[in-house]
Ligand binder design. Structure first.
Ligand SMILES: [Zn+2]
Length: 714
């Protein structure tokens, strides 16, 4: 049995991840403690054959249909909260867990036939779930209950309100002819959305350059498969993101950078401009039919923002707030361009900023990212993160035996409250890449939290599916700093899920509004940029007495900050144009998506070429429509929330602040308004000032920006 050697005195709870298999407890060892807390622990009953997967999903859908029938068939004079609204949450929860399990199999199983069966099961679920809103018999029963004007409060009242809201948003409370029209419009919109996505995927644009045109690019680019296509001909695919970025960051020739930008920012122009115009008109029509004044109001109603106007004001305030930082960054890049081109009037264009940012970073902030990996051997990072999260959130993680493993190195952990010993849930770790596995990094719910009809609380089980660099011979898995940041982020989602106390599945864990769900995890990313935190676990694997030098951490932070103005102004430009496309619009007024968006790009970011059609290739406009603002929104809230730790005695390692996050944010989930939870956690109104400060708007500049009440709260 080995224990981590990098523990600080505050971390007395040692990680158990090195325990030998024979010594591991099982979930059964925790059943008594769970029963004492009136809670249930459950591991999924993992199917072992494709037939079993199919049968399991079929069975889950059949049970859900039966439950829907029961809701619909009851005597409308005798409806209760339990027999209507709660019954609906119960059945969607159960079938949702079945779909979660199929999703995990689809993303992780080593047998392609199992993955295919699971994929089909997930599809079957998705097809089925869209139909729930259109079960008129169920809606009638729920409506009949609502019409009794029941006196509900807290989470019950919220569940009732939001269930009715779902039906209203689906058009169920409209007269039949209008409802059918909305359904028809939605189908058309969905078809156009598919066309929009397909046109983006199909947009290929090879641009041929000579080696001289591409002077400045790394040799690895020229050697990449498919790039050298003739004696002095190099084919750059404008639609391949890493091709585009590599050229824009490195090509010394402005002509080259501009040429590629012109192609890139006009991708899918002919195909998608008309499609997007039709989509915007349809969305507007649907919003108007459903009684909203615009699509952004429809989309934001179920978010933290609540209205398009609030989202817009938030972004506008951020745009204004970072003006000084953006201006100073552009001025710095302009100096570099003036010096390089000997043109005193040189200006930074949209095809220049990546190149000159890269030049500046190389000159001022060069950090050897590869060498840094020696400080981040996977197991030490995992143990280190566990120690921190266990300590600040008052938790204990114990590795337990997994009765079924889809891979040998799958790990299962049980989480208990460290003060009371109450079991809170479990998580699986599947951390390294392999053929056929999900290829990103994410937390997946398997069994969500919920108060069951028998009064017991079902504790959650989740999985983290990641793709960290695998160990290589004698060398352990060495993570990049970004990998470490990702781990801290994703594990935050796992904790959000596991410690939940929400009564209803709909509100448990990470089932919070889309513009908030990332905020707590984005906040936790701060931890890995802090020397005090890093020193608790990051050490050279060849000589653990060596910590990351302070000047390197400072350089990394400076590099991140150096580009923050440009990075965010670009993000805000996308958020602004997305909201502008979806704001109030006359029903019979034609849309010109390019004329509506190009001036915003130029105003908020950098001058563009008028021939380009950025929006035709902006995939977020189908799926994140009137929602792109959410990225910046969550970032700003994350920075605001981080101040609670930053002002606390032990900073990011502060237990009181950690417990507050657990109680007010994680445990609450969406069981109350997220705005309320955030303000309870902050102990004050929300503010965008911490975000502005974080990206380098100092107190002096702050006075110049139009601060004051207009930027506080919302
Ligand atoms: Zn996330």
């Amino acid at each position: 049995m080995k224990f981590s050697l990098v523990c600080l005195p505050v971390f007395l709870i040692a990680s158990n991840s090195h325990l030998l298999g024979a010594e591991l407890k099982t979930v059964d060892d925790f059943r008594a403690a769970a029963a004492k807390a009136n809670a249930l622990l459950m591991l999924p009953d993992w199917e072992q054959t494709p037939e079993a997967i199919e049968a399991s999903m079929k069975d889950a859908i059949a049970k859900a249909n039966k439950a829907l029938d029961q809701i619909g068939a009851q005597d409308l004079g005798k409806v209760t909260f339990k027999s209507t609204v709660v019954a609906l949450d119960d059945l969607t929860y159960q079938v949702g867990n079945a779909a979660n399990k199929a999703t995990i199999i689809k993303e992780t199983n080593t047998n392609p036939a199992m993955r295919t069966a699971a994929e089909n099961a997930v599809k079957a679920y998705q097809d089925w779930v869209v139909g729930i809103d259109y079960r008129e018999d169920v809606y009638k029963a729920i409506k009949a209950f609502a019409d009794t004007h029941p006196k509900l409060s807290g989470e019950d009242e919220k569940l009732m309100k939001e269930t009715l809201r779902d039906y209203r948003r689906a058009g169920l409370d409209l007269p039949p002819d209008q409802r059918n029209e909305v359904e028809q419009l939605r189908k058309e919109l969905s078809k156009l959305g598919t066309d929009f996505d397909t046109n983006i995927v199909k947009a290929t644009a090879p641009v041929i350059f000579t080696k001289a045109d591409l002077d400045g690019l790394p040799e690895s680019f020229f050697a990449a498969p498919g790039v050298k296509t003739g004696d002095d001909a190099y084919t750059v695919m404008a639609n391949v993101t890493w091709h585009f970025i590599t050229v824009e960051e490195n090509a010394k020739s402005e002509t080259t950078r501009k040429q590629l930008y012109l192609v890139h920012d006009s991708l899918a122009k002919d195909a998608n401009v008309p499609v997007l115009n039709q989509m915007l008109a349809l969305r507007n029509k649907i919003a108007l039919r459903l009684g909203y004044k615009s699509w952004d109001d429809f989309q934001t109603e179920i978010k933290m923002a609540k209205t398009g106007a609030i989202a817009k004001k938030y972004i506008d305030d951020l745009v204004t707030g970072i003006q000084p930082k953006f201006d100073s960054e552009v001025a710095e890049l302009q100096k570099l361009k003036v010096a390089e081109t000997n043109d005193p009037n040189a200006k930074i264009e949209v095809w220049d900023w990546r190149y000159y940012s890269n030049q500046r970073n190389k000159q001022k902030y060069a950090v050897d990212k590869e060498a840094l990996r020696a400080y981040f051997p996977f197991q030490k990072v995992l143990d280190g993160m566990f120690n921190i999260y266990q300590s600040i959130f008052g938790l204990k993680f114990e590795k337990i035996a997994a009765p079924y493993k889809w891979i040998d190195d799958l790990q299962l952990f049980l989480v208990t409250d460290s003060a009371t010993g109450e079991p809170l849930g479990m998580f699986y770790l599947d951390m390294f890449p392999r053929e056929g596995k999900f290829n990103h990094f994410a937390q997946f719910d398997i069994i969500s939290g919920k108060l069951l009809p028998d009064g017991k609380y079902q504790r959650p089980t989740v999985a983290l599916l990641c793709n960290f660099p695998p160990p290589n011979g004698d060398t352990p898995s060495l993570m990049t700093h970004q990998d470490v940041e990702t781990l801290f982020h994703e594990f935050g989602h796992a904790l959000h899920s596991i410690v939940t106390r929400a009564k209803y599945g709909r509100f448990a864990g990470t089932h919070v509004p889309g513009d908030f769900v990332e905020a707590p995890s984005q906040m936790l990313q701060n931890w890995v940029w802090d020397k005090k935190v890093l020193d608790t676990f990051a050490a050279d694997y060849r000589d653990p007495s060596k910590k990351i030098p302070g000047e390197i951490i400072k350089k990394m932070n400076d590099a991140k900050l150096a580009n923050a103005g440009a990075y965010y102004r670009r993000q805000f430009a996308f958020a602004s144009l997305d909201l502008a496309l979806h704001e109030q619009h006359a029903e019979d007024g034609a849309y010109d998506c390019v004329a509506m968006s190009n001036p915003i790009l130029e105003k908020v970011f950098l001058p563009i070429d008028p021939s380009t059609t950025f929006v035709s290739y902006f995939g977020h406009l189908n799926g994140y429509d009137a929602g792109y603002y959410g990225y910046a929104w969550a970032d700003a809230i994350a920075a605001d929330m981080a101040t609670v730790f930053e002002k606390a005695k032990d900073g990011y390692l502060d237990k009181q602040a950690g417990m507050k996050l657990r109680r007010e944010i994680y445990e609450a989930g969406d069981s109350r308004e997220v705005n309320v939870s955030v303000e309870k956690f902050l102990g004050r109104k929300q503010s965008i000032q911490p975000f502005l400060k974080k990206i380098g708007i100092g107190p002096q500049e702050k006075k110049k920006a139009p601060a004051g009440p207009s930027q506080e709260g919302r």
